[in-house]
Write a new protein. Structure first.
Lengths: 263, 162, 788
């Protein structure tokens, strides 16, 4: 790696100050994405602010009728949490399917969402559940948060602190693994929320995670796997690479959506 | 340079390190604990697996600096004196290693699987839990047998201790 | 000694250091004052090097030296060699271009080594490597054989017009043509044997060290054959005379062939150690290994099988284009020729065979031997042809094979190989029973009820290994002999060191070779040390690959042990005062025949060194004997693998439901270790068949260049294996051992593809049969069936 300045603040306030002092510094969450990228010298930040020492960013609680998950909560903690399993069991299952056990012991929900990898699992859940992202500055709705490949609404001096998930009537996520990386080749999250059926797709969109509005309409009328039989995702905006062409991915979106609905 | 202090295999360790030092390099170069291996650069292979605060992690994807105040256990810290850990014994018993390069990471992962799941592990669970550990030599068959046996032995040892 | 000798599943002696993290791999070794090397590699697939400016790099902090091909040339360092001469059909020698250790004038693949930076720390070396400025004149890239041979596209080496290194053939074209003209049925297949990246878990590494006081070089290297490395580095590359070059291959974390070859990196490290006056250490990063390690396979073949109306095979012909990559690696030329075509008879009585092979340069990583080396390619051709021929003619694939099996031995094939012993029907019978072949139809119906497609595929393989008789391979173009050496040192108090030219990088020789000694000399394995991997300790050897260490390496130990016993008898006779030819050796004891006099092995050893009881003019003191064993023939492991799979047609995901392997490896030294070799080989074969995909884009960039995109087999991709052995002892070596290291990788791919195509209604599918590929084939098949 190339050399960098390093700080490990103990509180959110210290982190804020550190970020102001080094604009353009990279925030280090679980490191499961950032560190490999830095090792390959694909990212060369001058300054790193390590959030792993800030206790207030970790934790899961029932709050305001929903789930509040601290941004530095690990995937393993979410997967095994009684609160999550009780309130949104499909979310615990999703977290338990990210990466592998070692990655889940370090990777964080905040890191995953802030990075917005187009094949990550959490963005689909955040979008489908209509979560609210709390930052050090403001609240951002899920619909406003994801802005393209590896791009989010987070500004340079802004730290993601907590994710608030309203408890849905139902939530399920079905994913088909890219065989090498075990990221989502395609992943579909389906939620029945207070605001209606929401379907979010990851792994397939050329601009990252997106809502499949056609499927939402069909499922709103009839929440069953067969409701999706007559609709097909238009492959023209779907990613294509050595692991899956656009038409195969588009097909898999339909399959995974049906499996998520079937539960 | 930053100051780092942590516990490794039960021993308190302090050092001045370059912040970019990965935990795996701190273990291998600073502490000369070369049992933890580097097999890839994209965090797939798991040869670098150690226990950090009781959980399996890939030490190639953790900064040593993030481990301030933490407890790290490596393969060198599993045995008690000359008495091997039951998982180590199980790997030898079942010929669960050939070249040995993935083995420390595999054993540490195996112990962690049992720590989380308990002694009764079915084959499908073990295979799924090994998603983060690659082996090119054994075809995994004997590794699965070893973890089954290691799990039972760890439960037996626990009962004996209680 | 039966619980420790040949045939016992003794737990491995070497395991203790590996399970406690005390192995000594090259990267675990650190030399006092060592510096670090980073290689600057070409980012383009094909270009002239118009200029290299290293000035900024040289001025970078911590840098001790920056070197290019010009520096190696100035020191008269020779290029990397290919040690096997192949002649084309017209008799001309293969057209090979030079392979300098650092590029001279041109780069020919992405990853080609252009320069090296040596610095105090690894990060300083990396920083400086990024400052090297190379002015490339880009040329067209060609990544596949068809493009490479197309006129006017790109000339990679001046010596090879049309990028064609050789056009070779084997067999009787006229006889084959005649047979095809009379055939009742011809099966034809176009087959791609996909390129693979070996990816042993330990990346390659080297430490070069030079002692100026003694003018002595020491190289630590991740090698399967340290003596061959020393020979090549000394005699061909010119680093130093052999007696001034020590090569050590300590614990090595897997090889699978990729660590046989003598590469640029260790060559440069050992040379540079003298230049900078410091030890020089290099360790490959994984993404670097993807570019820099020799790849495997990469054949494009058209193959045909001719049969008569009764189903008897009349002839087989194959036309293969082999992608050799940008340079000829150490054994590259032999893999698609003499390690491939001679296996095209398979287990079958085929009267006429003809094979043509073009070896072709492309602007990709060099290709060389990888687990199986030519035999997986041959077996895939034969076993796919056989399976498809059976289906096309409505025959049961097992019985079609059985009717064509060779049934009497020895059997001379039309492609050089003379199979010495085997019982293919016995393997097939056992495999059918273990796989519950009879229950397949019912299982298929059950799967169909759940919306899944179930299929079963056979692979009846034979391979030629235990390489190899020196004169035979010499006559075929090999530049070396393929014997093996063993020296048995009996110490005065009865412990033994066996110095072997074999090298263990996972094969368990420290245990199996000790088991041979336990059987032959009656000494417990705890008292036997196996010494390998150091040219200062073991005088000379040819190393471990080609499944040769049991058949050849252990046979050398047997021969040496016979000499030990012979000398021991003479010493014992003198000590016991009985006639020399009246001593027998049984169960570790020397017995005076017809008397009640006896001496233990340990007592005789001591007497040999104390030398009080015999005339040293008649018997020399000491008890140490060596042997160089040259095998009489290749060995021919064979067997039947049966794969049963279940496809989810909605996604194309293939689950392996069960795997049956019945192998005949002759006598087994340690059944536990043999089974482990089968397991590992099957996993690599499954990897080739459905997971591992090496993809270059049209600019010669490796797209699948890390574990993020190159799918390595994981535990949840594989089942537990049902493994059994049948035995026809090998008649050509003293142990009756055939070797087992590569068989799984040879057998598995056609079994899996035959199973998948069975499930899909016989739609052909190329390797790797990824979920996407299977889904497409399932779609095609479903459309076809709907249409019918």
């Amino acid at each position: 790696m190339q050399a960098f300045d390093y700080r490990r603040p103990g509180t959110l306030n210290e982190a804020d100050l550190a970020l102001k002092a080094s604009p353009g510094a990279k925030l280090l969450a679980g490191g499961q994405t950032l560190l490999p990228t830095m090792k390959l010298r694909l990212a060369t930040p001058d300054s790193i602010i390590d959030l792993s020492g800030i206790a207030s960013l970790k934790g899961i609680a029932r709050k305001d009728g929903g789930l509040a998950i601290g941004a530095m909560t690990t995937h393993a903690a979410v997967a095994t949490s009684g609160d999550v399993k009780g309130a949104i069991p499909g979310l615990a299952k999703l977290a338990g399917g990210i990466g592998d056990p070692q990655v889940r012991h370090r990777g964080t929900i905040g890191g995953s969402i802030a990075n917005n990898d187009p094949a990550a699992d959490y963005p689909a859940a955040v979008l489908a559940l209509g979560a609210t992202l709390q930052t050090s500055k403001r609240s951002i709705s899920a619909d406003d948060f994801f802005q393209g490949l590896f791009a989010t609404a987070l500004e340079e001096n802004e730290i993601l602190t907590e994710i608030n998930f309203p408890v849905p009537q139902s939530f399920a996520y079905a994913k088909f693994d890219q065989p090498a990386s075990r990221f989502a080749l395609v992943g579909v999250a389906v939620a029945r929320t207070a605001g209606g059926v929401r379907v979010a797709v990851t792994g397939a969109g050329q601009s990252g995670v997106f809502r499949w509005t056609e499927a939402e309409k069909a499922l709103s009328a009839n929440f069953s796997a067969s409701a999706l039989d007559s609709i097909k995702l238009d492959a023209s905006n779907v990613m294509s690479d050595v692991h899956g062409s656009a038409d195969y991915r588009a097909h898999l979106v339909g399959v995974m959506a049906r499996r998520a609905v079937a539960g | 340079m930053i100051k780092l202090s942590l516990t490794v295999n039960g021993r308190r360790v302090t050092a001045d390190i370059d912040p970019r030092t990965l935990l795996v390099d701190f273990l291998r170069s600073n502490l000369r604990l070369t049992g933890t291996h580097v097999g890839c650069d994209t965090s797939q292979c798991g040869a670098c697996t150690v226990h950090l605060n009781g959980q399996s992690v890939k030490s190639c994807a953790v900064l040593a600096a993030s481990c301030e105040g933490a407890e790290v256990v490596t393969i060198e810290g599993l045995a008690t004196g000359t008495t091997l850990h039951p998982m180590q014994e199980a790997f030898r018993e079942h010929h669960a290693l050939q070249c040995g390069f993935c083995t420390p990471g595999m054993i540490m992962a195996g112990v962690d699987i049992v720590n989380r799941h308990g002694a009764k592990l079915d084959e499908a669970t073990i295979r799924k839990e090994l998603e983060g550990n690659l082996c090119r030599c054994t075809g995994y068959h004997n590794i699965v047998r070893a973890i089954e046996t290691g799990a039972a032995a760890m439960a037996g040892a626990k009962v004996a201790a209680e | 000694m039966t619980d420790q000798g040949i045939g016992a599943s003794v737990k491995r002696k070497e395991d203790l250091r590996f399970i406690t993290g005390k192995g000594q791999y090259v990267d675990d070794i650190n030399r006092h004052g060592q510096a670090y090397a980073v290689f600057a590699r070409s980012p383009v697939a094909h270009a002239t090097i118009n200029n290299i400016d290293v000035s900024e790099a040289l001025a970078s902090p911590g840098v001790l030296g920056v070197y290019t091909g010009a520096d190696l040339a100035a020191d008269k360092i020779g290029g990397l060699i290919c040690g096997w001469m192949i002649h084309s059909k017209d008799g001309s020698p293969m057209k090979a271009g030079a392979h300098p250790a650092l590029a001279q004038g041109k780069v020919r693949y992405v990853g080609d080594h252009v320069a090296v930076v040596i610095a105090e720390t690894l990060d300083q070396a990396k920083d400086a490597a990024g400052l090297i400025q190379v002015d490339y004149g880009e040329l067209p890239a060609v990544v596949d054989v068809a493009s490479a041979q197309a006129a006017g596209k790109a000339q990679i080496h001046d010596e090879a017009p049309g990028n064609t290194v050789y056009q070779w053939h084997l067999g009787d074209k006229d006889a084959v043509d005649a047979a095809f003209s009379k055939a009742a049925h011809v099966t034809k297949l176009d087959i791609v044997n996909n390129r693979l990246v070996p990816n042993a878990m330990e990346p390659r590494a080297a430490i070069g060290d030079y002692d100026a006081g003694q003018d002595q070089f020491t190289l630590y290297t991740t090698s399967q054959n340290p003596h061959v490395a020393r020979l090549v580095l000394s005699a061909f590359i010119g680093i130093a005379p052999e007696n001034k070059l020590r090569v050590i291959a300590p614990d090595v974390g897997g090889g699978f062939g990729s660590k046989i070859f003598i590469y640029a990196e260790e060559t440069v490290c050992i040379w540079a150690a003298k230049k900078v006056g410091r030890p020089v250490k290099w360790v490959a990063e994984r993404t670097e290994a993807f570019l820099a390690d020799a790849h495997g396979r990469d054949h494009v073949t058209t193959a045909e099988l001719a049969m008569d109306v009764s189903g008897k095979i009349l002839a087989l012909r194959a036309s293969t284009k082999a992608n050799l990559g940008a340079y000829l690696s150490t054994f590259a030329s032999s893999v698609p020729t003499y390690l491939y075509a001679p296996l095209l008879s398979g287990q079958y009585d085929i009267p006429a065979i003809y094979c043509e092979v073009d070896g072709v340069y492309t602007t990709t990583t060099p290709v060389d031997a990888y687990r199986g080396a030519g035999r997986p390619e041959a077996t895939f051709v034969v076993e796919r042809l056989i399976e498809v021929a059976a289906r096309e003619t409505g025959r049961d694939p097992a019985e079609f094979r059985r009717m064509n099996f060779i049934k009497s031995f020895p059997h001379q094939t039309p492609v050089i190989m003379a199979y010495d012993a085997g019982n293919y029907g016995a393997s097939l019978d056992k495999a059918l029973e273990m796989a519950d072949y009879k229950g397949l139809a019912a299982r298929k119906a059950e799967s169909a009820k759940k919306g899944k497609l179930r299929g079963l595929g056979f692979s009846a393989y034979i391979e030629a290994c235990g390489i190899a008789p020196s004169r035979a391979v010499g006559s075929l173009g090999a530049g070396v002999g393929l014997w093996e050496s063993a020296e048995i040192r009996v110490n005065p108090v009865g412990t033994i060191e066996v110095l072997t030219g074999s090298h263990s990088h996972g094969q368990g020789h420290e245990t199996t070779f000790a088991q041979v000694i336990a059987s032959k000399l009656g000494v417990p394995i705890e008292q036997v040390s196996i010494v390998h991997g150091d040219t200062d300790k073991v005088q000379m050897g040819m190393g471990t690959y080609g499944s040769r260490s049991g058949a050849v390496g252990a046979s050398a130990i047997v021969k040496a042990s016979e000499k030990i016993i012979a000398k021991g008898k003479r010493v014992a006779a003198a000590c016991m005062e009985v006639p020399e030819d009246s001593v027998d050796f049984e169960n570790g004891e020397f017995l005076g025949r017809g008397t009640n006099k006896k001496m233990t092995f340990g007592e005789v050893a001591l007497q040999a060194y104390v030398a009080h009881k015999f005339d040293p003019e008649v018997i020399e003191p000491g008890l140490k004997e060596g042997s160089f064993y040259d095998p009489k023939n290749f060995t021919f492991p064979s067997g039947v693998h049966i794969a049963e799979i279940e496809i989810d047609p909605e996604t194309g995901h293939t689950r392996i439901d069960r795997w049956t392997a019945v192998d005949d490896f002759g006598i087994l030294i340690n059944p536990m270790i043999v089974e482990g070799q089968v397991h590992g080989g099957i996993a690599q074969g499954v990897g080739q068949a459905m997971l591992e995909h090496t993809v270059y884009d049209e600019n010669g960039q490796l797209i699948t260049g890390s574990f993020m995109d190159y799918t390595m087999p994981r535990a949840d991709d594989l089942p537990s294996y049902n493994v059994a052995m049948t035995t026809t002892p090998c008649p050509s070596n003293p142990l009756g051992v055939k070797g087992c290291g590569e068989a799984g990788a040879i057998a598995a791919p056609p079994a899996l593809i035959n199973a998948i195509t069975d499930a899909l209604g016989h739609e052909d599918i190329a390797m790797p049969a990824t979920p996407q590929a299977v889904w497409r084939a399932a779609q095609k098949s479903a459309r076809k069936m709907a249409a019918e």
